[in-house]
Design a protein around this ligand. Structure first.
Ligand code: LLP
Length: 420
């Protein structure tokens, strides 16, 4: 459930009309609802309240430091995949002891940064990475706790670009190989401590079964590892719970919680979850202005000032985002909603029935809180959008719109003496 909706004809975020935000900040603008963010976080946390657990919000979904701060204030931990995300988390006041570090390509400097900050655990994705962590920890005279990200070969039944737990995917280590690595670590690697088992099978998953299939395999491995004398304290189930963009009906966190709690009863582990989308996805909307409308012989086009550089998901995955008018109207048209970028793939919606808008009107692109701004770019030298957080009747600019000067900062014209 989210706190976006109409009051009369005017679309609001909590108590604030979009028109008011747009008048102050312009478009395109990402608008987040603090109440929705907190509600979603709490729903997740409550779902697992009966067992020792840690929610590590997955920063990649939406990494604005005000968003992170909202979760840190609730006691959330964080799932990071880069030194940059660690930097953001710390800026937002995260407790390093609640940070897990995932990702297939952690660089030495990133591993060192994380070790110096004493994060909870590395989610290791390859034997070479484990050796690198062991060596760097040794050099720093530290012990690094780790989980191996196990690739369980489970089909999450989602878009192929965002399924990660199949043999053909680059992620994790297959179970047999993982077992070998744990035992090797125990016997031979003095600076790493086997602490958990990690598994993340994909994103926008709308059924419980794939999670439970993966969990069954994790439990088997847990048993084997304990049999080998390893003291495994954590099971990290990753993220991946889907949301409703259109007509999907994913399980609520409470249902997911019930199933997981039942399956992990008596295991004596702390459960870790890394939700991203299910917490922030429906807590954000991208507001955009209609620049022109035009009638082709086959189609109507609504040309807006947000584009694939602002919201890549429709172009990249063919994703559906619902579209509403900021000022409600009952008339409808069928149109492609497209951005100004010079690619036919630059669309936000195709052949969609939308409110009949004209140039100068505003549209709200729904469910844009996850993988929206965080995947945006400057393609076509377009400054990235502003971000606004709404809190009740107040709203705050939490990221300035980029400026043209800002876009070329760091670039230089070649001059004789600057040769390197
Ligand atoms: N943990 C790990 C290790 C991950 O790789 C991810 C997402 C998550 C947690 C969070 O997953 P979530 O709860 O958000 O599903 N850009 C794509 C989604 C890519 C997901 C990448 N990994 C999209 O816009 O649909």
């Amino acid at each position: 459930m989210h706190f976006f909706g109409y009051k009369g004809k005017n679309f609001h975020a909590e108590g604030v009309p979009f028109e008011k935000i747009i008048a102050k900040v312009g478009t395109p603008v990402y608008v987040y609802s603090l109440k929705t963010l907190k509600r979603h976080y709490k729903a997740y946390d409550k779902a697992f309240a009966k067992a020792p657990h840690l929610i590590c919000y997955s920063i990649k979904a939406n990494s604005n430091i005000s968003v992170l701060k909202a979760f840190a204030d609730e006691g959330s931990g964080f799932d990071i995949v880069s030194g940059g995300e660690l930097f953001r988390a710390l800026k937002a006041g995260a407790n390093p002891k609640k940070i897990v570090f995932s990702g297939v390509g952690k660089r030495a400097d990133e591993i060192e940064f994380a070790l110096k900050k004493n994060i909870l655990m590395f989610n290791v994705e390859s034997p070479e990475e484990l050796l690198a962590i062991n060596a760097i920890a040794g050099r720093l005279k530290k012990k690094a706790s780790f989980a191996i990200r196990v690739n369980p070969n489970v089909d999450p039944k989602t878009h192929p670009y965002i399924s990660t737990g199949l043999k053909k995917n680059k992620f994790g280590i297959e179970t047999a190989g993982a077992l070998k690595e744990y035992i090797n670590a125990k016997n031979n690697l003095k600076n790493v401590i086997p602490m958990g088992i990690d598994c993340h099978i994909g994103s926008q998953i709308t059924q419980i079964e794939p999670f439970m299939d993966a969990l069954a395999k994790t439990k088997d491995l847990l048993k084997t590892l304990r049999g080998e004398g390893l003291d495994i304290k954590y099971i990290d189930m990753g993220g991946g719970l889907g949301i409703t963009y259109d007509s999907e009906a994913p399980p609520l966190p409470s249902k997911y919680g019930e199933a997981v709690l039942e399956a992990t009863k008596g295991l004596g582990v702390t459960l870790i979850f890394e939700p991203g989308r299910s917490i922030v996805g429906n807590a954000g909307v991208l507001a955009t202005k209609v620049i022109y409308t035009k009638k082709g012989s086959e189609k109507n086009f609504v040309i807006v000032d947000a584009a694939m550089n602002d919201l890549a998901r429709p172009s990249l995955y063919g994703s559906y985002h619902a579209i509403k008018a900021v000022k409600a109207t009952s008339r409808e048209i069928t149109a492609d909603v497209v951005g100004p970028i010079c690619e036919s793939g630059d669309f936000l919606a195709k052949d969609r029935i939308i409110p009949a808008v004209e140039s100068g009107d505003f549209l709200a692109i729904m469910s844009a809180g996850a993988y929206g701004f965080s995947m945006s770019s400057n393609y076509n030298t377009r400054p990235r959008a502003a971000e606004v957080m709404v809190d009740g009747k107040d709203f705050f600019l939490i990221r300035d719109r980029e400026t043209l000067e800002g876009l070329v900062r760091g670039e230089r014209l070649m001059k004789g003496k600057k040769r390197i």
